[in-house]
Design a binder for this molecule. Structure first.
Ligand code: NAD
Length: 470
């Protein structure tokens, strides 16, 4: 946290100027240095796994298994994938030169951008901070990390470990909330990766515009699900429930609501109920594997969303423990108003839920569901559980979203090498694997043309009226 009133000595300024000095020295550019930084990042995670697990338990009641799967393991997989492919990505490539410019040669050379700011949210406080960092370091940049103040144990752990594993200062941590982030954003960066809400995303983009700093914005939204796969109802319900209620629904790509036809609603609700019992037991509160809501503010917001709904699964909650059971709701139709969207009758169908409340929404057909999706902001993910290839194509070709997954939720994020990012209101830019490399490097064309023969003479005045075309 900021402890000083002197702007020159504030942690934000110190971190940025230190990271810039190191970048300007060129020390982070050589391939061996990049590999060294990635290995240091991997060692920081593997040598402190119990401490990371404890921090995630303290911040979010994440079990060891879930912490490994969704935070530590996925980040290690990203680091290992990057280490495996880094040299190939870094190799300069031959660029095309049209006949009219020959003789000449062109190469495409990737260069680092400089100092990159990574601002992370609280819901996956390890993965969403360190996964982008792997790409930032691989590309030869230095980094300033701003973990979320709402995951304080993870934030403190990262702040304690980073100086130990990056003694040269290639990675620096600034802890804190709005004032500290505001001060950071007043500094000049060469790229900013922000993961969080659209509201703060706009703040970040405005601040970045002052310095013409490019941004990657990883935002949220309401990710829809379509279900009509009657033959695989139980399997589909289990996957929908798992994707929704992991981390107590606090996942940017969690299914936000499920659409199906009215006749399928009762069977789907029953199957979701069974799936929840299978996965987290009759009373998820007593198991180690079910998470908690991050704070009381979010707890109150989520409980408020239940008002006026018909709770058909779960619904019990306890403020002292910040526990909300995996909950499925039906929402009375709002008459002529749209089923879901900015004008829907109930807030649970208007706002990003970001918690363990899953509305099942009856719509007449898949075509109607497509109209619902297209009626407002483009979501971060769209999930389709359908045995019909025509229906799968319908969603793929007639909607727009950060990603589409058929038959599974969440897992596309773990497919290292696929770009992860939103579109429209769910974000801009993407990262993971080679896409991180592209996002955090500048692809610089380098053209070399011999002075002789002097073919450029042909395009220089005085023009001879030969009608030369390039
Ligand atoms: P948030 O936008 O409130 O906070 C994100 C970060 O911004 C935090 O580090 C916070 O300290 C900082 N911040 C907050 N207010 C600020 C301000 N006024 N000025 C400057 N910085 C500020 O988001 P959150 O509550 O931590 O996370 C939830 C949101 O993030 C949801 O909308 C979710 O969908 C989205 N999300 C997206 C992804 C993705 O990969 N696309 C992943 C996780 C979460």
């Amino acid at each position: 946290m900021s402890t000083t009133t002197s702007p020159e000595l504030s942690p934000a300024r110190t971190a940025v100027s230190g990271a810039r000095r190191l970048f300007d020295s060129g020390a982070t550019r050589p391939p061996a240095a990049r590999v060294g930084q990635l290995r240091a990042l991997r060692a920081m995670l593997t040598e402190n796994e119990p401490a990371f697990e404890a921090a995630l338990w303290s911040d979010l009641h994440k079990s060891g298994g879930e912490a490994q799967l969704t935070e530590i393991g996925v980040t290690l997989a990203e680091i290992n994938h990057t280490l495996r492919h880094l040299r190939r990505w870094a190799r300069p490539r031959r660029g095309p030169v049209p006949a009219s410019l020959r003789p000449a040669r062109a190469r495409l050379v990737s260069e680092p951008l400089g100092v990159v700011l990574v601002i992370a949210p609280w819901n996956y406080p390890v993965q969403l901070l360190l996964d982008p960092l792997a790409g930032v370091l691989a590309a030869g940049n230095t980094a300033v990390l701003k973990p979320s103040e709402l995951a304080p144990a993870t934030s403190a752990l990262v702040a304690r470990l980073v100086p130990r594993y990056f003694p040269d200062g290639a990675v620096r941590v600034v802890e804190g909330g709005v004032p500290e982030t505001t001060e950071l954003l007043a500094q000049r960066f060469d790229h900013i990766v922000f993961t969080g809400s659209g509201t703060v995303g706009r703040v970040v983009m405005r601040a970045a515009a002052e310095h013409l700093t490019p941004v990657t914005l990883e935002l949220g939204g309401k990710s829809p699900v379509w279900f009509d796969d009657d033959a695989r109802l139980r399997q589909a319900a289990r996957r929908i429930a798992w994707a929704k209620f992991t981390n107590a629904g606090q996942t940017c790509v969690a299914p936000d609501y499920v659409m199906t036809t009215p006749d399928r609603v009762p069977a789907l609700v029953d199957a979701l109920k069974d799936a929840v019992a299978d996965l987290w037991g009759a009373d998820p509160r007593t198991g180690r594997d079910y998470g908690r809501i991050v704070n009381e503010r979010q707890f109150d917001r989520l409980v408020g969303l239940l008002e006026g709904t018909d709770v058909v699964v779960g619904g019990d909650h306890d403020r002292a423990e910040r526990y909300i059971a995996p909950t499925v709701v039906l929402v009375p139709s709002g008459g002529e108003r749209p089923a879901v969207g900015p004008d829907a009758a109930h807030p649970v169908l208007r706002e990003e839920i970001f918690g363990p409340v899953l509305p099942v929404v009856a719509v007449e057909s898949a075509e109607e569901a497509v109209r619902v999706v297209n009626g407002w902001d483009k979501p971060l993910a769209l999930y389709v559980f359908s045995s019909s290839a025509r229906t799968r194509r319908l969603f793929e070709q007639h909607t727009s979203s950060g990603a589409v997954a058929h038959g599974a939720g969440l897992v596309h994020v773990a497919a290292t090498g696929l770009p992860f990012g939103g579109v429209g209101a769910s974000g801009m830019g993407a990262y993971h694997g080679v896409h991180s490399w592209r996002a955090f490097s500048h692809l610089k064309p380098v053209l070399r043309k011999p002075l002789a023969p002097d073919t450029l003479r042909l395009v220089q005045p005085p023009f001879t009226g030969l009608g030369l075309r390039l």
